[in-house]
Design a protein around this ligand. Structure first.
Ligand code: C2E
Ligand code: CA
Ligand code: CA
Ligand code: CA
Length: 277
């Protein structure tokens, strides 16, 4: 590293050097991981007020031969920064549609909606809409069973553009859910214009719901907002019955969290649905 100079490089110290090379190593591993099939999806059930599964969220997992399981919190930001999120997001889309096609042949699973997380970089790519429509058609998945989770913070910039992309997919039946809701800066005026199906209450508001009156006020507000905009409201991170009871009392009707099931293989979800039936 440079010890002095006219530019910021003089602040480039050994620990920053280490962080940069660790990131470069992660990036290189990420590239290889797609080729060698180190990724897989886990599904986590989403249930209604009766506890019946209505869908699942697909969560990306990376098992590296030496690193072991790397958390998405660690590799998704690197994938986004490097553009790797494009091939990776495409892989998730293809896997999810293959899963939906398999479910369409299983009477117990045919009605379930599968949600995928879509990064804004992927979403705004000029070929995104045509790519999604191609994958849907090739796989035979029903577009009405595919849901895309977008985060609030990703939508605020370029709202017009985002609405345009959403409308084109919405016209084919694709559903949209606003993830991590309450943590961003949504304004009511644009929320009304987005072609959404669902608001997802962030787990940070569920965690301390029983003790924090601010969280209760936020949940109450989101539920009311959902009602007035005619959107479904789902709470994530529901771990305890007492949280579910409180959410129910506040008018929330859909839930996701360890209380109902941890993210797991598709087979575990089918068994859980079969048990309910
Ligand atoms: P997210 O979309 O907010 O996903 C919810 C996270 O909460 C998941 O973490 C899930 O495993 C975890 N979770 C579910 N139920 C509970 C619970 O009851 N208690 C607690 N404490 N946590 C719960 P995960 O799988 O580590 O994913 C982290 C984030 O990585 C996701 O947050 C999402 O933003 C991102 N991500 C995951 N898969 C994908 C993907 O395929 N594409 C993109 N772009 N991002 C993804
Ligand atoms: Ca999500
Ligand atoms: Ca979330
Ligand atoms: Ca999140």
């Amino acid at each position: 590293a440079k010890s002095a100079g006219r530019n910021g490089l003089r602040f480039f110290n050994p620990s920053m050097q280490a962080a940069v090379s660790a990131r470069a190593a992660l990036e290189a591993d990420l590239r290889e991981a797609l080729q060698t099939e180190q990724f897989f999806l886990e599904l986590q059930p989403q249930v209604d007020a009766a506890g019946t599964a209505v869908g699942a969220e697909a969560l990306l997992r990376w098992r590296h031969p030496e690193r072991g399981l790397v958390s998405p919190g660690e590799f998704i930001p690197v994938a986004e920064a490097t553009g790797m999120i494009l091939p990776l997001g495409d892989w998730v889309l293809r896997q999810a549609c293959a899963q939906l096609a398999a479910w369409s042949r299983d009477p117990a699973m045919v009605g379930l909606v599968l949600s995928i997380n879509v990064s804004v970089r992927q979403f705004r790519h000029p070929d995104f809409v045509s790519r999604v429509l191609d994958v849907l058609e090739d796989s035979g998945a029903d577009p009405r069973r595919l849901e895309m989770e977008l985060t609030e913070s990703q939508l605020v910039d370029n709202v017009e553009e985002m609405i345009g992309i959403m409308m084109r997919l919405r016209a084919r039946g694709v559903r949209f859910s606003l993830d991590d809701f309450g943590t961003g800066y949504s304004s009511l005026s644009y929320l009304k214009r987005l072609p959404l199906n669902q608001l997802k209450i962030d787990q940070s508001f569920v965690r301390d719901l029983l003790v924090d009156s601010n969280d209760e006020a936020i949940v109450r507000t989101v539920v009311a907002l959902g009602e007035s905009l005619d959107l479904r409201v789902i709470a994530e991170g529901v771990e305890r019955e007492a949280q579910r009871d409180k959410l129910l009392a506040l008018g929330c009707r859909y839930f996701q969290g360890y209380l109902y099931g941890r993210p797991g293989p598709a087979g575990a979800l089918s068994r859980c649905v079969a048990r309910e039936a």
